[in-house]
Design a protein around this ligand. Structure first.
Ligand code: HEM
Length: 157
């Protein structure tokens, strides 16, 4: 396996970890907001797990994009006309990249601002909104099999 194949397999499989951790953080925050429960150390741990896995996924993606991926090199070389004409190239060059960077900004800025609320129950609602928006952006920026630029659900090679 080439270095890019190894990273691509990791990037493909880690998506499930990111989505699972995101869903747990989101459900905890929604339930916490509904019951007006104070913010807890477990909430912090779950949120950190999500943001941490997401950040690792981001690093792997950027590494492929600017380093190992042949597709990444083609995208960078053809950022103008050619990449925009091919829906696959355009997806990875624009939608995937911009979507995930936007989600990263929403997640990091939003959770940092929510932290200022301390342990107040209001932090649950704020976190639910921030994680909900980031999760939706991440979900729709993934090359699911039902999109024209489909990629496998589970890649092992
Ligand atoms: C700035 C952040 C990111 C960048 C630059 C990036 C970049 C890339 C690139 C270049 C590819 C295609 C590689 C190739 O075929 O050679 C790819 C595929 C993929 N990315 Fe990302 N990515 C990012 C974040 C994410 C995140 C956060 C997720 C999911 C949580 C994700 C999920 C996927 C999936 C599922 C694939 C398809 C893998 C496969 O072919 O099996 N990416 N990404």
């Amino acid at each position: 396996m080439s270095p890019n194949e190894v990273i691509l397999v990791m990037h493909s499989l880690l998506r499930w970890g990111v989505l699972a951790a995101g869903l747990v953080a989101l459900i905890r925050a929604v339930l916490g907001a509904r019951s007006k429960r104070a913010w807890s150390a477990t909430d912090t741990g779950m949120l950190r797990a999500f943001v941490g896995l997401f950040d690792v996924q981001l690093l792997l993606g950027l590494f492929m994009y600017f380093g190992t991926s042949a597709l990444g090199a083609r995208m960078l070389a053809n950022l103008g006309a050619a990449a925009m004409k091919s829906s696959v190239l355009r997806f990875f060059a624009v939608e995937h990249l911009v979507g995930m960077v936007t989600a990263a900004i929403v997640l990091h800025v939003g959770t940092a601002r929510a932290r200022r609320l301390g342990d107040a129950p209001a932090r649950q609602k704020r976190t639910a909104i921030v994680v909900g928006i980031a999760f939706a952006i991440i979900f729709f920026s993934i090359p699911w099999p039902f999109f024209p630029y489909a990629r496998p659900l589970f890649r092992f090679e």
